[in-house]
Write a protein that binds this ligand. Structure first.
Ligand code: SAH
Ligand code: SF4
Length: 428
């Protein structure tokens, strides 16, 4: 989501004549797009700001002015007061108001002082942003923002606000722009993407996600559709059927379970039991037997016992995830879980995470090894030092050593090596 937002920030600033640079020392405006989801991500912001200050001072010695900016959820969560202290910060904008950045930057340049905005204006944001373009062969497209689920550990409903679905017309226009500028693959994004309910093309009725897939799949030149993140029990039968019926929809689903114990899931305010989750997995596999499933996990949620944690390991054994993201529970200010008394000691969290990750990696390795000697269609997106890399339908990273110009193409690759993190092989 932040990668998407950063691209849209670049679109917005292009209107003022700004261009992207990879060199911090060249930048007239340096911006960090921040994440507040876990403490670690949030903490990094202040050390990064310090680094930017040094660059700003070094540039000042050569007569160059530099603006320092901050965007994203940390701004939203900490608010104006927190940044009032950081005197060298010039502009700060929350995730739902970055369309205002050009105006804020202009006002700052005209000596109207520091600019900080943290409003929730999703509809206005998408109405005002200039058109976008693909910045590679695979592009993100946010179809939905915010979240109404209020899982007890999560800051998203507070930082990104309540759920908002963009209209089908708006999404399709943006998808066509992305394809016209080189995207072969589009990843549709939403915090709870299965409850997307944007206005349909008739301008009267709302559509569901499966209907949107159908329409996006009609775009000529678009080869692959992906989407994330699915809330396990919000997936509708027509979305499951779409995995069987729509060729362009890739056989991959991110289905975060978070924990394998019903008691922990309840305390997390997740609206499903492990049984219900496993039924969704079964239905997906019945519709599309080869579908790759990935998940997020949180270990050490307040009150999680050893027996609860064992249940998470059991789910991993049962589902056999193709990929996964796992985290130590991080107490976030303002969330109900942060006030629970039965917080888990850090050492226990560290230990559980290591045990879980070992099992997840073994699963991932087994999944990748099952493709040895087989052929996979790979969309090539990156080239480095004689190696071209891309993604299989199952979102595996695949490398090929070749000088052939493969970028932006889908080619069949015979897999000759497999590890937990990637595959390699030869183009057939
Ligand atoms: N909407 C998605 C998740 C978005 S946040 C969903 O509900 O699945 C991405 C992931 O960050 C979550 O799935 C969760 O595993 C993790 N996460 C969120 N808050 C966290 C916290 N306080 N501590 C640790 N991990 C957290
Ligand atoms: Fe956070 Fe996801 Fe729960 Fe929404 S559904 S509150 S984004 S974890």
């Amino acid at each position: 989501m932040n990668v998407y937002d950063s691209a849209r920030i670049l679109d917005a600033m292009a209107a003022l004549g700004y261009e992207e640079t990879q060199e911090m020392t060249e930048a007239d405006l340096m911006m960090i797009n921040t994440c507040h989801i876990r403490e670690k991500a949030s903490d990094k912001v202040f050390s990064e700001l310090g680094r930017m200050k040094e660059i700003k001072e070094a540039r000042a010695k050569t007569g160059k002015q530099t603006m320092i900016g901050l965007a994203g959820c940390v701004v939203q969560a900490l608010g104006e007061e927190a940044f009032a202290k950081v005197k060298y910060l010039d502009v700060a904008v929350g995730p739902q108001s970055y369309h205002l950045l050009p105006e804020m930057v202009t006002r700052f340049e005209r000596n109207h002082g520091r600019q900080i905005v943290a409003d929730f204006t999703s509809d206005e944001k998408f109405d005002t942003l200039p058109s976008t373009k693909a910045r590679g062969f695979s592009a993100f497209l946010a179809i939905q923002e915010g979240c109404d689920n209020f899982c007890s550990y999560c800051v998203v409903p507070y930082t990104r606000g309540c759920e908002y679905s963009r209209s089908a017309a708006e999404i399709l226009t943006e998808a066509r722009q992305l394809v016209a500028t080189g995207a072969q693959e589009i990843m549709l994004l939403g915090q709870n993407v299965d409850c997307w309910h944007g206005l349909g093309l008739d301008g009267v009725h709302e559509w569901g996600l499966a209907r949107l897939f159908e329409e996006v799949a009609k775009i000529d030149g678009l080869k692959r559709i992906r989407y994330t993140t699915s809330y396990p029990v919000d997936i509708t039968d027509d979305v499951i059927a779409a995995h069987r019926d729509i060729d362009k929809l890739m056989p991959y689903i991110h289905l975060p379970i978070q924990a394998g114990s019903d008691a922990v899931l309840k305390a997390m305010n997740r609206r499903y039991t492990v049984d219900q989750y496993l039924k969704v997995v079964d239905k997906l596999r019945a519709a599309r037997p080869d579908i790759a499933i990935s998940s997020d996990f949180i270990v050490g949620f307040p009150g999680e016992t050893d027996a609860d944690f064992e249940k998470t390991l059991a789910v991993v054994d049962e589902v056999r995830y193709a990929q996964s993201y796992s985290f130590k529970y991080s107490a976030r200010p303002g969330t109900p879980a942060s006030l629970m008394r039965n917080q888990i000691p850090e050492a226990v969290k560290v230990n559980r995470l290591a045990v879980l990750q070992e099992k997840l990696l073994a699963n991932q390795k087994a999944f990748n090894e099952s493709f040895m000697g087989k052929s996979l269609p790979v969309l090539f997106v990156e080239a480095h030092d004689g190696q071209v890399s891309g993604y299989s339908p199952y979102l595996q990273n695949v490398h090929v050593t070749t000088k052939a110009p493969l970028l932006g193409q889908i080619k069949n690759v015979k897999i000759t090596r497999a590890s937990a993190s990637s595959l390699s092989g030869d183009v057939i």
